[in-house]
Design a protein around this ligand. Structure first.
Ligand SMILES: Cc1cc2nc3c(=O)[nH]c(=O)nc-3n(C[C@H](O)[C@H](O)[C@H](O)COP(=O)(O)OP(=O)(O)OC[C@H]3O[C@@H](n4cnc5c(N)ncnc54)[C@H](O)[C@@H]3O)c2cc1C
Length: 470
């Protein structure tokens, strides 16, 4: 084989994890190639997941006028009859731009892009099949990063036709805005899409096997979200499993194990995702995946085969674009002996429901379980001038503070700007800051960031009151 096909690092998959692994290695002066199938440059993140769903949400918020209704009245709309084309035009535009950003970053860093599906021949040798061109390439690499991500899991016995029965990939080929929809699965993706369709006026029924949803979030905030979604005509069926989905001429009927039947124009499945490892021939490299297609790695993202790393959704929780990027960077550093720190535990979680939810640090449930004494400070957007200006009367920021050393233990936000605002709390917590910093800090006025100061004063007053008794 010629030297032309030998790399210091071969990355499989061009999503956030793969991109950042490739760029980090290239910055260290290594010869790097990234393999990607057909038209998926940028991965699930850019093409079918994060970017399209967040762009759709933005289009929904804008066109429905949803976020302006407190100010202009319940009937306010930017466009009366919103069509899939209205929503998807914005999505394709943003996807196109993002693909170009990824391509240009890879080119600037002299990373070779190879089109095709990669599979192992041994731990250092891979075959890459470009079926569209009928070409096969064999490459060798000192190190390999597997960043192949996931695909929606499709339960047996359900016929997906991308018209009446779809998953989150199928939403991007949506042909009509349904008047009613069943969403199966109340995970992050299910709830995000349930809110978008509810905002569009679709009557949504969410069916979830568990008795609750988003268990990892603050309970009070999840309750607030459920209240808001119910207000948008969302029905929750918790503790219920789907047995069959029957498709007819004019719609679908979803039958639940309890015997209930839910008619709807469409059904959207969001019942977990499966690691993309089947095509990799992992066993030829001495590796295997679990039943959900996930690869096991250690804290350095190294698999049990020393020169092979795995990052991003293919290694499981938290399966977020932001985390995947850092995992990729750290894996590449470790592979080439560059000093690294471990991935920080302080990772924000963002849920782009309508309204949005974000948090960092511990929840009340976790602190209580671990017997960590804390006090809660709350700020409500309706008391902030910016909340009034923006027409957000429901938003809130909740801060959990240690009553022992006054350090911030967690920040939970519901409402406009939550996913951005959370980073203030993250920065204070990351630097080991106390609530006193937020009491003394001067914030721009009028802003939503002011919520930090209000919540900090609230919690400080509560801690002071506690001291008065002890
Ligand atoms: C609907 C939806 C909404 C989301 N919203 C958010 C959000 O708001 N915020 C957030 O942080 N995260 C979000 N995510 C998750 C986020 O998209 C993922 O965490 C992220 O894309 C994972 O990155 P990755 O590096 O694992 O690769 P992925 O983005 O999953 O890409 C993997 C790539 O590998 C390629 N590939 C697979 N097998 C092979 C092979 N054998 N050869 C060559 N190429 C291969 C695939 O074609 C794919 O392009 C969302 C996901 C979905 C589905």
């Amino acid at each position: 084989m010629s030297d032309g096909n030998e790399y210091d690092l071969l990355v499989i998959g061009s999503g956030p994890g793969g991109q950042k692994a490739a760029i980090a290695a290239a910055k260290l002066g290594k010869r790097v190639a990234i393999v990607e199938k057909g038209s998926m440059l940028g991965g699930v993140c850019v093409n079918t997941g994060t970017i399209p769903s967040k762009t759709l949400r933005e289009a929904v918020l804008y066109l429905t006028g949803m976020s302006q209704r407190e100010l202009y009245g319940a009937s306010y709309r930017v466009k009366a009859n919103i069509t899939p084309q209205d929503l998807l035009a914005r999505t394709s535009h943003v996807i196109g731009k993002e693909v170009e950003v990824v391509r240009s970053q890879l080119l600037r860093n002299r990373i070779e892009m190879i089109t095709g599906e990669a599979r192992f021949l041994d731990a250092n040798t891979l075959a890459i099949d470009d079926r569209a061109r009928g070409e096969r390439l064999t490459v060798r690499a000192k190190n390999v990063v597997i960043a192949t991500g996931t695909a929606p899991a499709r339960p047996d016995g359900i016929s997906f036709d991308n018209y009446r029965v779809l998953d989150s990939d199928g939403i991007l080929d949506l042909q009509f805005i349904p008047s009613s929809m069943v969403v199966v699965g109340a995970g992050v993706i299910g709830i995000e899409y349930a809110s978008m369709f509810a905002a569009l006026g679709t009557k949504v029924t969410v069916v979830e096997k568990r008795d609750t949803m988003l268990d990892f979030c603050d309970r009070e905030i999840v309750e607030a979200l459920q209240f808001h979604l119910r207000d948008l005509a969302v029905t929750f069926r918790f503790g219920e499993a789907v047995t069959t989905v029957d498709v007819g001429e004019s719609g679908t009927v979803t039958t639940l194990a309890s015997g209930k039947k839910v008619p709807a124009e469409t059904v959207m499945y969001s019942a977990g995702r499966q690691g993309m490892t089947d095509a990799l021939d992992l066993e030829k490299a001495g590796l295997e995946a679990d039943a959900r297609g996930r690869i096991f790695v250690d804290d350095n993202f190294q698999t049990k085969v020393d020169n092979i790393y795995a990052v991003g959704d293919v290694i499981g929780f938290p399966a977020l674009a932001a985390t995947s990027m850092d995992q990729g960077r750290l894996a590449a550093y470790h592979a080439f002996g560059e000093p690294t720190t471990k991935l920080t535990d302080l990772q924000p979680i963002g849920i782009y429901s309508i309204p949005e939810v974000s948090y960092v640090g511990a929840t009340e449930v976790e602190l209580t379980k671990n017997s960590v004494p804390y006090e809660v400070g709350v700020s409500r957007y309706r008391e902030l001038a910016r909340g009034g200006i923006a027409g957000d009367s429901y938003g809130m920021l909740k801060m959990l503070v240690s009553t022992e050393d006054r350090k911030l233990l967690g920040v939970h936000i519901f409402g406009s700007g939550a996913t951005d605002l959370v980073h203030i709390g993250q920065a204070v917590m990351g630097c080991g800051g106390t609530v006193d910093y937020l009491v003394d800090a001067v914030f721009n006025y009028p802003t939503l960031s002011e919520a930090y100061k209000v919540a900090a004063l609230d919690v400080t007053n509560k801690i002071r009151a506690l001291k008065a008794f002890s």
